[in-house]
Design a protein around this ligand. Sequence first.
Ligand SMILES: [Zn+2]
Length: 123
Amino acid sequence: MSKKSQSKKQERLDQLNYFGKNLVRRCSSQCELCEASSVSLHIYEVEPVPKEPVLEHCLMICDTCEQNLSSAKHMQVDHWRCLTKTMWSEVDAAKVLSLSLLKYLSEKNAWAQEALEAISYKL
Ligand SMILES: [Zn+2]
């Protein structure tokens, strides 16, 4: 990574950290995807990532969720069973991310497909 892109990345992190307090309050120290508590949480930006960081695009997530998001190849499918609950979240970013992951998972997993069907009745 070049020096320039590295400092850009740092700048983004600094901007995101402004949201830290709000996010901590919102998530009540639980992972906003799998509800893990007493774990370290990180700010994650949900795609499409806006040019300037926006609070509504951010989620507080745990290491396990972060790892599963970063590599589709090493995804632990069973970890994402939590999404059948998260997809009903009042936090839009959590909902949007859950639905897009479930859509991806539904190609091979009946439970994900069933979850999507359940929510489409309500939408
Ligand atoms: Zn998590």
